[in-house]
Design a binder for this molecule. Structure first.
Ligand SMILES: Cc1cc2nc3c(=O)[nH]c(=O)nc-3n(C[C@H](O)[C@H](O)[C@H](O)COP(=O)(O)OP(=O)(O)OC[C@H]3O[C@@H](n4cnc5c(N)ncnc54)[C@H](O)[C@@H]3O)c2cc1C
Length: 406
């Protein structure tokens, strides 16, 4: 078999999923390297689309994850101005999708993937910072800052939006750009306000100063995740941080100013109970971009980080599964053919997702009352007109795509 060894840089969602897919479905030996000294524990609760759940099932990680999350039949979008429903993003079609959606803590998803990988006998190597790569006709060799080297047939850059692999070895000019929007999020126990919360599983309140998501983060619906995306100055940090002391009060006041009102009486008690706010400036990559160079390929956010629209994990898993299929089913093809086929199949779908995410994010920025009113009308129309397209997207499965030459 020509492809025997893979080097993976980045032990996040895409990296660990890639290590599982390659080990399980191609028989390749995998070495995976993470810059952190241990798995990250921060992060909000993420939405996993039906596609993401099917892929997690395929990787063998879903059974341990599913009991940890809250099943989501739909995300309902409301006007913050009137409290009225503007429509739904529907996941409730088991016959077509096999699963509904799941809202789960990011660290639970990561843990489920790590445990699955460890069962396959592969462990992430922590505290490893890549310094250089060299390639010849058959191999690629990565050298780390501690002097260690590793050799493989292919190197996967799964190191996220601020990818060193992309900026050092693939496309140095493609740097993350700030979207002008930040996410302020936190959690609360719902025990004493459950009866005041009109949330089935996941509700999004869209207003003139941003959008606020209220969604349960566990199966028992005892933990509520509150995430507000809103226009914000560039704070010059690419990482999120837990807000301290007086700044907590300031952000909570700001959330109340932007989202509370007579139409949404539950927002005040929710915001007051949020235990601790984390502030996260949202970055994205420019559209398009280069995904590979020589024996290197970028996957997940390293290749196509887009504004969050609740579907990116599914797309990262799709990257991983498509690549592993190509390495297994087209194993005699040269690496540049594999990468070309990968792009031919995948580029259009990613471009469409990027366009939709950019469009959705632009509507979050502060706007006038008139624009808000107009956008409410357009949202209803947009959701109605795009429902069939969304259904096709959630039913799409990269495992069914034809991989033959041509
Ligand atoms: C605010 C917000 C909310 C979101 N909500 C959702 C959601 O609801 N649903 C959804 O599907 N998606 C969501 N996303 C997107 C989703 O989080 C990402 O698409 C996903 O995490 C991408 O996984 P990844 O492995 O490519 O990158 P990451 O998860 O960022 O992992 C990259 C890993 O690489 C490591 N690393 C970095 N540099 C190096 C290096 N030089 N060497 C080795 N390792 C390195 C990092 O430490 C990290 O562990 C959201 C994103 C944001 C910002």
């Amino acid at each position: 078999m020509p492809y025997e060894q893979a080097i993976i840089i980045g032990g996040g969602i895409a990296g660990v999923a890639a290590a599982i897919a390659l080990t399980r479905h191609t028989g390749m030996a995998v070495s995976i390297f993470e810059i952190r000294t241990e798995p990250a524990t921060i992060g909000g609760a993420i939405n996993l689309t039906p596609n993401a759940l099917r892929y997690l099932d395929h990787l063998g990680a879903l059974a341990r994850l599913q009991p940890k999350g809250c099943e989501v039949k739909f995300i309902e979008i409301f006007s913050q101005r009137t409290g009225k429903s503007l429509g739904k993003i529907n996941f409730d079609n088991i016959e077509k999708f096999k699963y509904r959606a799941l809202r789960v803590m990011r660290n639970e998803l990561h843990r489920a993937l790590l445990e699955t990988l460890e069962e396959l006998g592969v462990r992430v190597q922590y505290g490893k910072k890549i310094q250089s790569v060299s390639e010849n006709k058959d191999k690629i060799v990565a050298t780390f800052e501690d002097g260690d080297t590793v050799s493989g047939d292919i190197l996967l850059g799964c190191d996220g939006i601020h990818s060193t692999v992309r900026m050092k070895f693939v496309e140095p000019d493609r740097k993350p750009v700030y979207t002008g929007i930040a996410n302020a999020y936190g959690f609360l126990d719902t025990a004493d306000i459950q009866d005041k919360l009109p949330v089935e599983a996941s509700s999004l309140y869209s207003g003139r100063s941003g959008s606020m998501l209220l969604t349960y983060a566990n199966a028992a619906k005892s933990r509520l995740y509150v995430a507000a995306v809103m226009g914000s100055e560039d704070v010059g940090s690419r990482e999120g941080w837990v807000v301290k002391g007086q700044d907590q009060d300031f952000i909570k006041k700001e959330l109340l100013r932007r989202f509370s009102g007579p139409a949404l009486p539950f927002v005040s008690p929710v915001v007051e109970r949020v235990e601790s706010v984390t502030f996260y400036p949202v970055y994205k990559l420019s559209d398009g971009g280069k995904w590979n160079s020589g024996r290197i390929i970028l996957l997940g956010d390293a290749a196509h980080a887009m504004p969050p629209q609740g579907e990116s994990v599914g797309l990262a898993l799709e990257d991983v599964i498509l690549l592993s299929r190509l390495l297994s089913e087209r194993k005699d093809a040269p690496i540049d053919h594999i990468f070309k086929k990968y792009e031919d199949i995948h580029r259009g779908r990613i471009n469409a997702a990027v366009n939709a995410a950019n469009f959705g994010f632009e509507t979050i920025k502060d706007r006038s009352w008139f624009m808000t009113f107009l956008l409410e009308l357009v949202t209803w129309l947009f959701l109605t007109l795009t429902a069939a397209r969304k259904e096709r997207e959630f039913a799409y499965d990269v495992r069914d795509v034809e991989l033959s030459e041509g």
